[in-house]
Design a protein around this ligand. Sequence first.
Ligand code: ADP
Ligand code: MG
Length: 731
Amino acid sequence: MDESLRDSNSRLGETRPRDPRTAIYPYNNRMAAPLPQRERTPVELLATPAAYVRNVGQQRAELLARLGIHTARDLLFCFPRDYQDLSDLRTINELNADKVQTVRGRVEEIDGYTTREGRSMVGVLIQNQGEHLRAMWFGQPFMRDKFKVGQQVQFSATPRLRGGRWEMAHPRVTWLDDDEKEPETKLLAVYSLTEGLSQYHMRRMVAAAVADFGHVPEEVFSESLLREFHLLPLAEALPAIHTPRDAEQLAQAQRRFVFQELFVLQLAISARRFQQQVGFRAPELSATAQVDARIKRLFPFELTTDQLKAIDEVAADMALDRPMNRLLQGDVGSGKTAVALYAMLLCVAHGYQAALMAPTEILARQHARTLQSLLEASRVRHRLLVGGLPEAERNQTLAGLATGTVDLVIGTHAIVQDAVEFAKLGVVVIDEQHKFGVRQRAALRRGDTAPHYLVMTATPIPRTVSMTLFGDLDVSVLREMPPGRQPVQTYLVEPDQRGRWWDFVRNKLREGRQAFVVVPLVEESEHVTAVSVSQAYERLTNGVLSEFRVGLVHGRMTPAEKEQAMAEFRDQKTQVLVSTTVIEVGVDVPNASVMVIASPERFGLAQLHQIRGRVGRGAHPGFCGVMLTIDMAEPVRERLTAFARTTDGFELAELDFQMRGPGDLFGTQQHGLPPLRIADLQRDREVLEEARAEAQRLYALDPGLKQPENARLRRQMITRYGAALDLSDVG
Ligand code: ADP
Ligand code: MG
């Protein structure tokens, strides 16, 4: 026992009370729990180590710890991951052979043998009201050790009648408590487990926690809020989520916890916004008419209405003395760079420094070139800061940034990580990177001053996600494409159409266009059938593309090699670029009009969309060929068909989100937020809207949640999101 948990004046030997309010850890009979001097507060009670919760004990507590369950509170709030429907539970003489059914019984006999062919067989005979059923497992000898004679179990499978006796092959097994009665609920909770822990034990431990501690947590919501949003009070919802009476009650309990989880998250986001607004000062960089005109004159094209609107929003933010935190969302090719350049030049016009960070060196160099041509006639001093620069050049740039003789720096995200010193940093633009976390931003602050931030992403973010993961950012959207763009036509190329497709590609190349061939990453695994990029390069240059100049770029090349391959393609020294997804984001070669995607099944929809966005950027219509193979699974074909049907990035992002969940692209962990425990952004979007509106309203009424009636909400918010969102100094 942890000494710090022990009450120093324990009076051992007295009768231990059963009331958790007056006991410390009264439930473990193997341990002599000391008596308290005073009543425990709810917080202390809920912090009771799991080991002291009835039915747990030291050994299981260690298993629970692996699941992140350390206290009575953790047990109470470890929500089931699923529910087993027992509405098909029946007695053995009620069975029939046509569908999956569930029976319960006591184990009477266990036998096991190995057949002459060497296969093992385990049989378990159970009895219920004088009737028998035999369950069988083939090739799973370990099943034998999972049963004990006399034990109560439950089997689910489609039964069959053999020689007058019911049998089940490989049923789903639930081990029941010895004295477990017929369940009162038809919905049995199923928890996430770890090796060594059974559902049976898990249910018993949770049930004990609910019985002994379930009344302790206090309601965080006011009466009126519960009523207004039709939320089940905690005291009802807690038992109901673990042992629901029926589907109706379960739905209510789930709704309550989903609402609570999203509400607390939205409160945290409100708190973060509030903190950013009042907590840090940023330089006021207003756009006078003259400065505005001077910057806009630099662009060799008319800005689109959406670009102008985004620029206005950015300029309005930067004119204030608090940091801008804006997300600029725009499909590939929508012209986000122009907005970024505006922000940076506005900053430089005020004598502050600007930084642009790209996810790859290729993109950083591309931005540097764009800037170079825009700024040829101006006095803005700009530098490129990427890995692999000559030492002297790098040091010169760093010194220039520290002393303020460099106005504008373009580089990879490493700029932040390396803790570069800026003399007067005014704005930071982060390109194609929505995972730029709270911590990286903190690295750029000096005392209570912070630069303005503009984060850009071409990944269309579903609304539910932008309201949560990016809820602390204001959003500008470029929906409209610059004029003259024609949507890319996408073809699903069946294996027997390949010849015709390559004829088409060759014709385009002869017309003077260029083409990309994208091949998924090389992986050293025999299970991955995807063609490796070098193989593809060999095959193409010796085959269908033998008469053309073909370049190659992949992730294993050095940055200099990559840059050279890109430059040759840009300068049309090569006509085709075979590449891995290095080119996925941001690369801009307007003369390239054809995209070929090999092994498309290896990419998600959003990623495919990004890849396709590399073509159709100039005046020439774009074409995208998706190479199908005979053995493609149906869901893959469906995904690719959806991809061919629409070029709307937002629609594809929603589809991707529905098909794969938010995990891949918008992983909460990547963003640094703890994962949601019960809410599902896709399923619970309506609850999210409600919770968000109410959280914003409440936070506006009580910024910092300082009112006593909001103390519990505040505590939850800080406990859960304080570290991730840097909320320590709220209120
Ligand atoms: P993305 O949003 O994908 O980063 P870019 O900023 O790279 O897009 O712009 C894509 C291409 O469109 C570039 O070649 C850029 O010069 C061009 N472009 C941007 N805005 C306009 C505009 N308003 N009119 C014409 N071309 C534009
Ligand atoms: Mg871009």
